[in-house]
Design a protein. Structure first.
Length: 92
């Protein structure tokens, strides 16, 4: 859609583009330009599910690269490591 195209051409450093920000939790938006469905799982923090975003091969390559560069699994409230994140907007 025109609205989708306009949103995708803008950078939103602190949140999702407006066409996703207005999507109710549990609803799915079809992104025709990429033939993907995006489902909103949460609004606080903003969490979206995009199935088949990466191929299996691309996913493996990404994970191997992360390990090689020293990245580690992020801590959570229940983790034993002192790595709890304080900001839910890290991925935007």
């Amino acid at each position: 859609t025109d609205r989708e195209s306009a949103d995708l051409n803008n950078f939103y450093p602190l949140g999702p583009p407006s066409f996703l920000a207005s999507l109710p939790v549990g609803e799915t938006f079809h992104l025709p330009s990429h033939d993907k469905n995006i489902t909103r799982l949460s609004s606080s923090p903003d969490i979206f599910l995009v199935r088949d975003f990466l191929s299996t091969e691309d996913g493996e390559t990404l994970m191997q690269s992360a390990v090689l560069t020293g990245m580690k699994q992020a801590g959570t409230k229940n983790s034993k490591a002192d790595t709890i994140r304080k900001n839910s907007r890290l991925t935007w």
